[in-house]
Design a protein around this ligand. Structure first.
Ligand SMILES: [Mg+2]
Length: 370
């Protein structure tokens, strides 16, 4: 079996989140943007993947077109582990994190989709998690800023069945408003996206304590300061989550060895795809660190995350971004009902994109490498 062509579709979809979004993580989000990666083979099986993401997609697309996709043309898509290592080695001088790895991640996800389609099994089944038909989701809110809005949205999300809600707020007022809105029985997490020094993070961790956070996410800049993060974790009283900005397995192992985190959050569209994710799952288990993947997207990377979560040994939460898309190439496959998301049961990722919707929201032409 051979890879004959790789196509990329840059899709931009308007959305609504119940109130205006504020800038966070250095980004504005006028639409939910996705880079869908389509790997075609000589046996007629096509796999879909997704490469991160948001405002940097034009650069990821260029990396995919100029360098990463051409490397994969003519290779055997069933040889996933070997290809993953050889590709990572071929690309390593361009960095262990960033657009080249994002591009590689999208192709790796597509290879697993092909593997599932060849086997006639959903990906979760292929990964050893055939039993779960649904996974519990947490509602991940974008930033609202205004405490009144945060309170209202949290009340609405709790009423719609979520038992866990994640904020992206900085002010203590907004976090306390979330607690008021959600009530005492809903777990609340806060993701602050790397704003602080260790001293500032410790101060804020203390200030948030009345809200009884389930975890505090990425309190320290830079994300590579694992020793600093470990100091926050040791001196504070709140569980620490991080990992969406990590560079692969070895970066996670260093976090584990330094005691930096309670919860590991590898991101399948950023970290090197499902193949790298599987290694990190094993490493996290070996270090007794919980793993709850980062999943801030709505394409094949989200579907892959559903299957990964469904395959884990322990019931694990799935991140579910609260953004009602105007339309989705995947219908309601990623929409939570009563706080749960169904595991797609078709082969591979389990759902094929609706190409009419892809075409309607595509930004620019299809990029094809063959
Ligand atoms: Mg995060």
């Amino acid at each position: 079996m051979k890879i004959t062509a790789i196509q990329a579709h840059y899709v931009r979809i308007p959305y609504d989140m119940g109130a205006p979004a504020e800038e966070f993580a250095g980004l504005r989000f006028p639409s939910q943007d996705h880079l869908l990666v389509e790997v075609q083979t000589d046996e007629g099986i096509t796999g879909w993947g997704e490469s991160f993401g948001h405002n940097i997609i034009p650069a990821t697309l260029k990396a995919l077109e100029c360098y990463v996709a051409p490397w994969f043309i003519g290779k055997d898509p069933t040889d996933i582990n070997t290809l993953h290592r050889q590709a990572a080695q071929a690309f390593h001088i361009f960095g262990g994190n960033g657009v080249v790895v994002y591009a590689h991640s999208g192709i790796d996800i597509a290879l697993w989709d092909i593997a599932g389609k060849r086997a006639g099994l959903p990906l979760s089944d292929l990964l050893g998690g055939g039993c779960r038909k649904t996974v519990e989701a947490y509602s991940s809110l974008m930033r609202y800023g205004n405490p009144k809005t945060v309170k209202r949205i949290c009340a609405e999300r709790a009423a719609s069945g979520f038992t866990h809600i994640k904020l992206h707020e900085h002010s203590v007022e907004a976090v306390m408003a979330a607690r008021e809105g959600a009530g005492p029985d809903v777990a609340i997490m806060n993701d602050v996206n790397c704003p602080w020094t260790v001293a500032e993070a410790l101060e804020m961790e203390k200030a948030y304590r009345p809200a009884n956070l389930y975890w505090l996410e990425e309190p320290v800049f830079p994300p590579e300061d694992h020793k600093g993060l470990a100091r926050v974790r040791r001196s504070g009283q709140t569980r620490i989550a991080a990992g969406e900005n990590a560079a692969g397995l070895h970066d996670f192992v260093d976090k584990f060895e330094k005691g930096a985190i309670d919860i590991a959050q590898p991101s399948v569209t950023k970290i090197g795809g499902i193949t790298e994710m599987r290694k990190i799952i094993a490493a996290a288990e070996a270090h007794s660190v919980e793993l709850i993947p980062h999943c801030a997207y709505f394409g094949p990377g989200n579907l892959a995350s559903i299957h990964i979560v469904a395959s884990l040994a322990k019931d694990t939460l799935l991140e579910n971004i609260y953004a009602n898309l105007e339309a989705s190439p995947y219908g309601d496959a990623m929409v939570a009902k009563d706080g749960k998301v169904a595991v797609p049961h078709g082969p591979g990722l389990g759902v094929e994109p609706d190409m009419e919707i892809v075409a309607k929201y595509r930004e620019g032409p299809i990029v094809r490498v063959d």
